[in-house]
Ligand binder design. Sequence first.
Ligand SMILES: CCCCCCCCCCCCCC(=O)SCCNC(=O)CCNC(=O)[C@H](O)C(C)(C)COP(=O)(O)OP(=O)(O)OC[C@H]1O[C@@H](n2cnc3c(N)ncnc32)[C@H](O)[C@@H]1OP(=O)(O)O
Ligand SMILES: Cc1cc2nc3c(=O)[nH]c(=O)nc-3n(C[C@H](O)[C@H](O)[C@H](O)COP(=O)(O)OP(=O)(O)OC[C@H]3O[C@@H](n4cnc5c(N)ncnc54)[C@H](O)[C@@H]3O)c2cc1C
Length: 668
Amino acid sequence: MSNRWIQPGDNVDITNERKKCTFDIEKMSAFIHGGEDKLQRRREILEYVKSNKSLGDPQPIEFMTRNERVENASRKIVEMTNNTDQIDGSDFFGEGMYYQALTMGRDLHAMSLHYVMFIPTLQGQTDDEQLDHWLSLAIARAIVGTYAQTELGHGTNLSKLETTAHYDPKTEEFVLNSPTITAAKWWPGALGKSSNYAVVVAQLYTQGECKGPHPFIVQLREMDTHKPLKGITLGDIGPKLGINGSDNGFLLFDHVRIPRRHMLMRYSKVLPDGTYIKPQHSKLGYGTMVFVRSIMIKDQASQLGAASTIAIRYASVRRQGEIIPNSGEVQILDYQTQQYRLFPQLARAFAFLFAAYEIRDLYMKVTEQLTHGNTELLPEIHALSSGLKSVVSWDTAQGIEQCRLACGGHGYSQASAFPEIYGYAVGGCTYEGENIVMLQQVARFLMKAAEEVKKGSANLAEICAYIGRKGEQHSRFTSVDSYRDEDIVSDLEYVARQQVFRAYEKLRKAQQQANSETAWNSCSVELCKTSRWHVRLYLVKNFLAKVSTAPSDLRAVLHDVARLYAFDIITSSSGNFYENGYMREDQMNEIREGVYKCLHRIRPNAVSLVDSWDYDDRELKSVLGRRDGNVYPALLEWAKQSPLNKTEVLPTFDKYLGPMMREAKSKL
Ligand SMILES: CCCCCCCCCCCCCC(=O)SCCNC(=O)CCNC(=O)[C@H](O)C(C)(C)COP(=O)(O)OP(=O)(O)OC[C@H]1O[C@@H](n2cnc3c(N)ncnc32)[C@H](O)[C@@H]1OP(=O)(O)O
Ligand SMILES: Cc1cc2nc3c(=O)[nH]c(=O)nc-3n(C[C@H](O)[C@H](O)[C@H](O)COP(=O)(O)OP(=O)(O)OC[C@H]3O[C@@H](n4cnc5c(N)ncnc54)[C@H](O)[C@@H]3O)c2cc1C
């Protein structure tokens, strides 16, 4: 089988790994990326990005100052968006995200919120006339916008946002104001220095009543000079754990007037006389958050896939220690502990990517239904996107850190790219709804389903139908080789169902002794556990189902990865499966053996499995994860670029260290 990943001059160990591959990598890449045509388009986009020198960085961004990073990112995003004819703009999830990943990396930029939230909000929240006016301006890049919702004092609890928008029927204007310091908008991406417009979420007041948070489009800066408009105070919030190419910002309003029609009026409206028309569903205004939670899953999967690729490739070229004395140092990938650390991360990345395709499809279905005024699937997409966002971003962050640790000392260097990948991805645990808070949203959905089951209703959404099933009282398999996919799912369903009813009963009891909010709080740890099990069950079920649709010659290797994913979940929570004697110890031992068997079977294909994700060096941006495996010379070259190496002797020597040593010596 030909292998496009093997080239002359490559490291011998990584080449030998590639020669061991037992499946067709191109076919696997096509399966991972949604078809041969999609793979072909990736290659074309990559070729274009490589051929356009202006889309590159003059030096590794790790060696740039913050100002240089912001400037470099702004230069590239303008060049990138000057050339959007290179991609199919309607395929943001595929081509758009790939083009951006290749060009912009993980440091974000002046227009990240423009594309991820500002334009989607215009598309989702404006009426037809507003859409006509604003969307063309935004798409043409005549204005650059962000999404300003979170405040210094409140991000989670939207009902307590403090920015106000008072309607004045005399002038047919809203007056935007930040009555306190804690009302300052805080965090919005590219708000500080780059954007001149924002969708601002503010408490709407009309006819003397507060109608809750609503979105408004607001001009922040003069078009020509880019200076803040009168009554507007703006700035950058300073360096962060990651994404320092983005100027996340703060914003305060001092009685700023905007026209009535700057309220986004697709769902709620304020008429000229101040009459308020309420939306068909109170949470329709939160649609952009649901959109971002949905696309985040693919982004997170991609980050974990990248981390796994770097760590697995590096583990194939790094030799250290001997397994059999005097027989030579082994590739560290041969250590079972290394495999146990890394392969589950790769398995997770697969599980998350396949879930990302499902949530994208569900999101598109919901959007289509909403155009006909049908809000039936809104609770389901809210629960699924919130749950996936929480579990996936958490496991991704932990997984990236495992990959970093698995690379020893070099993993700690920014040359590895792990600090950047982690700094970028871990933000996902917080933005678009803090994970613990979002898990509780899922729990609300599950508690309602449990209530339905208790009432004897069989009318449950497919995603939580397991809650209403009776299920087996004991796990049935005898050996791991006879442990079928349906047994795995049924065992996970048992545990998820047990947890749903444990939380439900605890909540019911608590509600008899306290008001419902206090009762909820006293059960919230169990409620979060319930949501996690629900999501893990979904991920396993979806992964196994996806494998069954793979071309037959790919199924065996993918099945090992999917089983590893499931077995890892089961063995790391064995206590839940022993409860009520559901599973026996000998069965759990079989599954443990199953983990080791999967590791052993994946080992020869490990490098090829990560190659199948089709990351180019341009996207990975990692010295450790280079395709050719020639890590050591590249590390030396990378280090030479450190600005500290521009001179042999630093001025600090003459200022501090030199005098210190001279003085010390003179006293001896
Ligand atoms: C290239 C692309 C890469 C991707 C990204 C990379 C770049 C990233 C850049 C970074 C970008 C980062 C950008 C940013 O970070 S933008 C800022 C994001 N901020 C948040 O996400 C805030 C989180 N808070 C909330 O969402 C809500 O306030 C919560 C959820 C806490 C509810 O508190 P609230 O006080 O409002 O609600 P309630 O208690 O009165 O009522 C709860 C009821 O409402 C239902 N409900 C709630 N929400 C929804 C919904 N959406 N659809 C449908 N239903 C919904 C819910 O099921 C429940 O129903 P029921 O049980 O009563 O029936
Ligand atoms: C990288 C990044 C980019 C961002 N970009 C944007 C942006 O572009 N636009 C924008 O508007 N915002 C943005 N944000 C803000 C982000 O959406 C909020 O930080 C996020 O929603 C969490 O809200 P918070 O900061 O108020 O956290 P808090 O709610 O204060 O969370 C702190 C702790 O309190 C706990 N907690 C809070 N409420 C509850 C509860 N009800 N039950 C149990 N525990 C609770 C949380 O679990 C957490 O442990 C960004 C944030 C980051 C980190």
